[in-house]
Ligand binder design. Structure first.
Ligand code: UGA
Length: 434
């Protein structure tokens, strides 16, 4: 099949590369000429484990092409994916200017039937708006389909190639046949392709992310209560997760969810609810609790140092909003850096992948270490912000030799309480006795 993908950001590049891998010829289109040049030369523009191998293979096979020219990119394409940014506007609603701008252009240049697919996370009703924007100038037949993505950063290739399900919103039989053919190689194990109307597909994406954000937030509240009630959230998590109605995944408490999706999507769904005159109370609580959770450890750090952080050096392990990504959007680490600096502390940070992005954002406000042990050298305390695997089994002897105090504030519950006690650490984590 000949496929066009408009937008070579995270979703676009994963979508394009993975569909090339299943034997299609994919042209990715972006207005950013420097990006297109890098990608054409084989230089990846994002960090995503496993994507580089597929990218290289398909580029060499000439199945993965890049251009800045929309008309050239969509030539003969049976399907055209729109994977464009939908940044939150000032009022929290998703800004559709990029998507509708391209839709408008498409109407003018489309010279054959194509299925235009909304891959970006867009509010309910967007398919209709895209349809109208294309139709304004269209000379040929076309369909607009909603096909939300459920990719997690860090495991996006696996999520794409082995999806739990594929959701497709369309009432067009013609589009349905094409979409079925497109996804057939990815659902051979029998995972469902679920067809529905466009509005339901758009709502499904928001409902999924909001539900997951709520699940995490619920566990964070249980953790907060466990601390007060003398229970251990790790036991509670195992105790409830084995109930198949609840499920084991996404029950890990911590310092809040971050990233480019959950915060934005929860906010946008709240905005949609308001627009339709519905007071979505749970969403409001989720946002409030998560905001507070991010800096939950700061009062404990202050308390440990007798209320005064001036002159103290705090080492931070982890900057990315989660492991296996260099993405720092809405990362809890950034909020903690801000709070620590506001309280007068010096901050030294280490992250295996995200350092360059943090440097771009906050420059010299913190010191950047080249290794986890360099970060703690002479520091007064260690805080853990991201559960990178390399932080899970540190050399505790080396750690205590480097730190001024044997104290760890762990926002991701990496260590065993008994072991930490035996090692003589003051160890503070989330929802467990200290
Ligand atoms: C999320 C969804 O999981 C994807 O299905 C969706 O496609 C994507 O958003 C999107 O809308 O594009 P992602 O933002 O990559 O994916 O990250 P997640 O792995 O879902 O983690 C989100 C946040 O929740 C992270 O900050 C993570 O640390 C936190 N989290 C996750 C917890 O605090 N506890 C958990 O048990 C799980």
């Amino acid at each position: 099949m000949k496929i066009a993908v408009v937008g070579t950001g995270y979703v676009g590049l994963v979508t394009g590369t993975c569909f090339a891998e299943t034997g299609n010829t994919v042209t990715c289109i972006d207005i950013d000429a420097s990006k297109v040049e890098s990608l054409s030369k084989g230089k990846m523009t994002i960090y995503e484990p496993g994507l580089d191998v597929l990218f290289e293979r398909n580029r060499k096979e000439n199945r993965l092409l890049f251009t800045t020219n929309l008309a050239e990119g969509i030539k003969d394409a049976e399907v055209i994916f729109l994977a464009l940014p939908t940044p939150p506007g000032e009022d929290g609603s998703a800004d559709l200017k990029y998507i509708l701008g391209v839709a408008n252009e498409l109407g003018k240049i489309l010279d054959h039937y194509a299925v235009i697919i909304d891959k970006s996370t867009v509010p309910v009703g967007t398919s209709e708006k895209v349809h109208a924007a294309v139709a304004a100038n269209a000379k040929v037949d076309f369909d607009v389909v909603s096909n939300p993505e459920f990719l997690r950063e860090g495991v996006a290739v696996d999520d794409f190639m082995k999806p739990d399900r594929v959701v497709i919103g369309t009432n067009s039989e013609r589009a349905k046949v094409i979409m079925e053919k497109l996804y057939a190689p990815l659902v051979r194990q029998g995972n469902p392709v679920i067809f529905m109307d466009e509005r339901s597909a758009e709502m499904t994406k928001y409902a999924a992310n909001a539900f997951l954000a709520m699940k995490i937030t619920f566990m964070n509240e249980i953790a907060n209560l466990c601390e007060k009630a003398g229970a251990d959230v790790d036991n509670v998590r195992r105790g409830i997760g084995t109930d198949s109605r609840i499920g084991k995944r996404f029950l890990f408490p911590g310092i809040g969810y971050g990233g480019s999706c959950f915060p934005k999507d929860v906010q946008a769904l709240g905005k949609t609810a308001t627009e339709y005159g519905y007071d979505f109370k749970i969403l409001k609580s989720v946002m409030l609790v998560n905001d507070k959770q991010k800096t939950k450890l700061i009062p404990r750090v202050k308390e440990y140092f007798g209320g005064e952080l001036k002159g103290k050096t705090i080492a931070l392990w982890g900057l990315a909003f989660k492991p296996h990504t260099d993405d720092i959007r809405e990362a809890p680490a950034l909020y903690n850096i801000k709070a620590l600096r506001r309280a007068g502390a010096k901050v030294v940070v280490f992250d295996p992948e995200a350092t360059a992005n943090v440097r771009k954002e906050i420059g010299k406000k913190v010191k950047y270490a080249k290794s986890p042990y360099e970060a703690v050298e002479g520091a007064d305390a260690l805080m853990i912000m991201t559960e990178w695997p390399e932080f899970r089994t540190p050399d505790f002897e080396k750690l205590s030799a480097a730190l001024n105090n044997k104290v760890i504030f762990d926002g991701r519950n990496l260590y065993d309480l008994t072991e930490m006690r035996t090692l003589g650490y003051d160890y503070y984590s989330i929802g467990r006795e200290d």
